[in-house]
Design a protein around this ligand. Structure first.
Ligand code: TYC
Length: 127
């Protein structure tokens, strides 16, 4: 039994030897090619906000310290975000894939507790 690949190989050799043009051969070969899907089906991971919640007792300087050290903000940016949380009740410290957002939020809550401040953070899925 001659396989399809062998059949095409023999056809290619005879075409090459005879100097024929290769249009039919190209069509035969293209029938045997599995094309990649037009769009690779990779989904971007859902992103989560890490929110800081306001309270009446955590010192402003401690919140700024958190934003600088856990969320890598400049002093100026950290102060802006801290004041936004202070005046509105909550604010976004950062946006990350779920596992990173959970870890950051847990680290902030643990660090605040260790330092006897009531500061809390939580995560929320982005829209
Ligand atoms: N409201 C606090 C104060 O007046 C400051 C504060 C800001 C606390 C942001 C928590 O997430 C917070 N000292």
């Amino acid at each position: 039994m001659v396989s399809r690949v062998e059949e095409l190989t023999l056809k290619m050799i005879s075409r090459m030897q005879s100097g024929d043009d290769n249009d039919d051969f190209d069509r035969d070969v293209s029938d045997n090619v599995i094309e990649a899907p037009a769009k690779p089906k990779l989904k971007k991971p859902p992103m989560y906000k890490v929110l800081l919640l306001n309270d009446d007792y955590t010192p402003m300087e401690f919140v700024v310290h958190i934003l600088e050290n856990f969320f890598l903000m400049s002093r100026e940016k950290a102060t802006q975000v801290m004041l936004a949380v202070h005046t509105t009740g909550s604010g976004v410290a950062g946006i990350y894939p779920q596992d990173i957002a959970e870890t950051k939020s847990d680290q902030v809550n643990e660090y605040a507790r260790e330092n006897q401040h009531p500061l809390m953070s939580k995560i929320e899925m982005t829209d």
